[in-house]
Design a protein around this ligand. Sequence first.
Ligand SMILES: [Zn+2]
Length: 112
Amino acid sequence: MSQLPNCPQCGSEYTYEDRGLFVCPECGHEWSDAQSAEQESGLVVKDANGNLLQDGDSVTVIKDLKVKGASGPIKQGTKVKNIRLVEGDHNIDCKIDGFGAMSLKSEFVKKN
Ligand SMILES: [Zn+2]
């Protein structure tokens, strides 16, 4: 077990961890350690520019994407809100107007 960090708010060393958050009992400050959260999920998803993506991000599609069974492609420039990162080849779950629930490859989007 690694040493818990001191509270960034008040400097208290009596911090503890609770469901992925660090909690300070002295001032009530709660914060997350982005690094450990990343290790937990094991998911590192980057957009076309190499920016890290996170759950809830909004992205823009950077090229027309053919969709099996759809009448047309997802057009370049389509905005996608509230993405969810998943494991696999198509590592972004999202909903796109007119298409419904979709899986995209992160290399074909950029963070807004
Ligand atoms: Zn504190």
